[in-house]
Design a protein around this ligand. Structure first.
Ligand SMILES: [Zn+2]
Length: 171
């Protein structure tokens, strides 16, 4: 399992003294919800927690349902949480999602001044926070986010792998 320390350094071993297990419970509920929507959409779900740890936004991938190219889980969660928060700034919030945000969503999270991004599986092809490119460290990024990748990485990868396998056999 790969981890990104909260200071942004990567390592192949789980760093001692970090407590990423506190995200396991949320990640498991995200995976459960992902499987439910996985019948019609890519199984991705995101939640946003406020500074007290309350869930203020949840989104699933709705690209096909809404015929919306921006209909990624992260964007859906941001829209809901903005309404609840009545603000577009998320400095004190955490977003948790099962797949590394793509470049569009990574940019949206930077624009939203998200405090912390926690994700499960890395996306080596399209990931915008380290898998393919790390936009959070790009010179265009005016906001520094904490990024923690690899939470329940194997389980998260497995859900996506199985979904794509099923898609291929249906064709
Ligand atoms: Zn996205």
């Amino acid at each position: 399992m790969r981890y990104i320390y909260e200071n942004g350094n990567r390592n192949n071993d789980q760093p001692k003294g970090t407590n990423n297990s506190k995200y396991f419970k949320w990640m498991r509920s995200i995976l459960k919800r992902s499987l439910e929507i996985g019948k019609v959409e890519l199984p991705i779900c995101s939640i946003i927690l406020d500074k007290r740890g309350r869930c203020i936004g949840r989104g699933v991938n709705r690209r096909n349902i809404n015929k919306d190219p921006l209909g990624h889980a992260e964007i859906m969660a941001l829209r809901q949480a903005s309404l609840i928060k009545n603000d577009w700034r998320f400095n004190e919030c955490i977003i948790i999602t099962n797949l590394e945000p793509c470049t569009m969503c990574a940019s949206a999270l930077i624009q939203a001044r998200m405090g912390k991004v926690v994700f499960g599986a890395y996306d080596k092809k399209r990931g915008g926070l380290g898998g393919s490119i790390d936009l959070s460290k790009h010179k265009s990024s005016h906001h520094k986010m904490e990024i923690i990748g690899g939470i329940l990485e194997d389980e998260c990868s497995q859900v996506l792998k199985l979904w794509f396998k099923k898609l291929r056999t249906q064709k």
